[in-house]
Design a protein around this ligand. Structure first.
Ligand SMILES: [Zn+2]
Length: 402
């Protein structure tokens, strides 16, 4: 009975072994896929310090015979050259202290054990940052008039991941002065109604490997005696007519708030800002205190510039058109984003040139003509400059290179 079963069993075994060997031989001759090998644990363009762990991982249909690891063009001994299996996860260590700070590339060439010796390579570029972080304010104590801009600079000993500044109960972030600079800057608007007193500036500098430093400085706001004006009024019939044909003023504020958050992350301007018309007279300076029947007491948060009716108005600096619309108060309005939260506004235009929201615009490029649309009782350009949503004296930006 038993021997009757043994014979077919042996037969099946021989068949199985033959099939398996045949299949292996077949695969050996025909396998033609590049090996699937990955480097895990290191992030592309990531930053590392000290001893850094990574893994070479394979999950390949065919056995990997050898790997050849190269770090910055030189053989890397942390990964063995003989592998001999289809699946592996080989941990390796890079001692970054033996490397210079900066960019490095690890490349691994893998070859499988098939007759074709298929190959693939995988590489990863990462950064080493072993330098102890150092940073300081270029100036520690700032004294700034109400309505002006505080330009705060911090110097570091390398490129860092993030610098935040806290002052006036707000949080600001600094950006590098040029893309590769170790100098970082931040523009802090001083509202014309910010209380004149001393405020702390708390800065936190964080590098790419998580080290951080805290710096402290101070900001003293100096009281500025803004001029006073009385008796300004706009014909009420004109105002109600403006309201009928215009987009609601609230829409302008909402759009500006939204754009303040979406401002271009890089400085679009260079040099000073230019006055946007040829100025004959400045009829109302920045910060003038007004009392009007429509608005009560308020401060004039721009400058009123006068030339002939319908003279050309141009962009004060390079940027992007973010608003082009008609509003009851500001009339025909253009807003330009210059990056880093700096926006200029042009009110009461008679007409627009051929510009659209989203268009890039160059300093000096015409955007419209001087008018008296909106809350205006004569032809003039109301020009405003806002820093992170707060209007500051734009004249300072035409005199200073930021
Ligand atoms: Zn004005």
């Amino acid at each position: 009975m038993l021997h009757k079963l043994i014979k077919p069993f042996i037969g099946l075994c021989i068949l199985g072994i033959t099939y398996s060997i045949g299949n292996k031989i077949y695969l050996y001759y025909t396998h033609n896929k590049a090996p699937i090998v990955t480097i895990d644990g290191l992030k592309v363009d990531g930053y590392y310090k000290g001893s850094t762990e990574g893994k070479l991982v394979a999950n390949n249909p065919y056995k990997i015979a050898t790997t050849e690891a190269v770090l910055d063009g030189k053989p890397f001994a942390g990964i063995p050259s003989k592998m001999g299996s289809r699946k592996f996860s080989h941990a390796f260590t890079i001692n970054t202290e033996q490397l210079e700070d900066g960019e490095h590339t690890l490349t691994v060439l893998s070859t499988d054990a098939s007759r074709r010796a298929n190959t693939s390579d995988v590489s990863i570029t990462f950064n080493v940052d072993n330098k102890a972080l150092a940073a300081s304010f270029v100036e520690t104590n700032y004294r700034i008039d109400q309505g002006k801009t505080a330009h705060i600079k911090i110097q570091t000993n390398k490129q860092v991941a993030k610098i935040t500044l806290k002052t006036l109960n707000k949080v600001f972030s600094c950006t590098p002065c040029t893309p590769t600079s170790f100098s970082y800057e931040c523009f802090i608007p001083i509202d014309c109604e910010d209380a004149p007193m001393q405020y702390d500036i708390a800065a936190e500098v964080t590098d790419h490997v998580g080290q951080s430093l805290k710096l402290s400085g101070s900001l003293e706001i100096i009281q500025f005696n803004f001029p006073k004006q009385r008796g300004f009024s706009v014909d009420s019939e004109k105002l109600s007519a403006e309201k009928e044909i215009s987009t609601k003023d609230q829409v302008l504020q909402e759009a500006l708030d939204r754009w303040a958050k979406e401002s271009l992350k890089q400085k679009q301007w260079y040099g000073k800002f230019e006055l946007p018309i040829q100025v004959r007279r400045i009829t109302t300076p920045f910060g003038e205190v007004r009392i009007t029947p429509e608005r009560g007491r308020y401060m004039h948060r721009g400058v009123d510039l006068v030339n002939m009716p319908r003279s050309i108005v141009w962009a004060a600096q390079n940027g992007k058109i973010i608003i082009k619309d008609r509003f009851a108060m500001s009339g025909n309005t253009v807003a330009i984003d210059h990056g880093l939260g700096i926006v200029t506004l042009y009110f009461h235009l008679d007409s627009f040139t051929d510009i659209e929201v989203g268009d890039p615009i160059k300093k000096g490029q015409p955007i419209g003509k001087v008018g008296m649309t909106g809350y205006a009782n004569g032809y003039h350009l109301h020009w405003e400059l806002r820093v992170n949503g707060t209007a500051v004296d734009p004249m300072e930006w035409t005199e200073t290179i930021y």
